[in-house]
Ligand binder design. Structure first.
Ligand SMILES: [Zn+2]
Ligand SMILES: [Zn+2]
Ligand SMILES: [Zn+2]
Length: 256
């Protein structure tokens, strides 16, 4: 069994949005509070996070994340990256490996050069780049991952398959032709679903559902959700096939 905990399920602004007084941003339902999107995946002693947004420290404290073997990055947008500095608590003795496509890791190094220097100032995160090729498989402790290229607007970013699940956030095209032999076996799909209206670099809820069906996923969870819809309403409309994920939701998925 692989455990997945959603550390955050919101779009880049988070929900509530600063200064917004719309009904969703004003909602008292805790499911309508969406911190920046990230998941924590664990199996046995192995603990991996995908993306480290602005709230990474708060998310780690809220969820009791106290061990980390690696971070996987989907892409270098700020809402997936800017919590990186707080990785330093996990890098006292050893460097922490960070995985991603070459272009993503070089952008991250440009933004946080001090985290990758050989003789860093004491107290900075000490990270080691692990470049992932498209479609390559790699193992971190008890977990095996496979990188799946996806389009996010005009950017080529990484989705990750692991066990019987996959995490495809910030996606606007699944690239079926290139990925067709790699999309089978995804039973639980976590997929970016921004809102109802189409967006040039994110799937809408309906597009996310249509693509999940095309992949053959059995269960679907939306993430990277904005402030235009209540959790409860999205759930009512798309269940039982798809559900909006929410912060601190825990799933258990099979290894195969
Ligand atoms: Zn994003
Ligand atoms: Zn709002
Ligand atoms: Zn993005």
């Amino acid at each position: 069994m692989i455990r997945i905990e959603f550390l955050g399920t919101g779009t880049s602004h988070g929900v509530p949005v600063i200064g917004c007084h719309c009904p969703v941003c004003s909602s008292s339902d805790p499911h309508d509070k969406r911190w920046r999107s990230s998941i924590w995946i664990s199996k046995g002693d192995t603990s991996v996070v995908i993306d480290t947004g602005y709230e990474f420290r708060l998310q780690a404290l809220r969820s009791g994340l106290d061990r980390l073997d690696a971070v996987l990055y989907t892409h270098q947008h700020s809402d997936h990256l800017m919590g990186l500095d707080d990785l330093r608590v996990f890098t006292d003795e050893n460097k922490l490996p960070v995985y991603g496509f070459a272009s993503v890791l070089s952008s991250i190094e440009n933004i946080f050069p001090y985290a990758f220097k050989e003789m860093p100032y004491k107290g900075v995160p000490r990270l080691e780049k692990r470049v992932v090729e498209e479609h390559s498989r790699f193992r971190i402790g008890e977990l095996e991952f496979q990188a799946v290229p996806l389009m996010h607007g005009c950017m080529r970013i990484a989705g990750y398959k692991f066990g019987s699940a996959a995490y495809f956030t910030d996606v606007s095209d699944i690239l079926y032709e290139e990925n067709k032999e790699y999309l089978s076996g995804i039973r639980t799909l976590i997929i970016g679903g921004l809102r109802d209206k189409p967006h040039w670099s994110h799937f809408s809820f309906q597009q996310a559902v249509d693509n999940a069906k095309r992949i053959g996923a059995e269960k679907v969870y939306f993430t990277h959700i904005n402030h235009s819809a209540f959790h409860h309403d999205i759930d009512t409309r798309f269940s039982p096939y798809a559900h909006p994920a929410y912060d601190k939701l825990v799933l258990e998925v099979d290894d195969e």
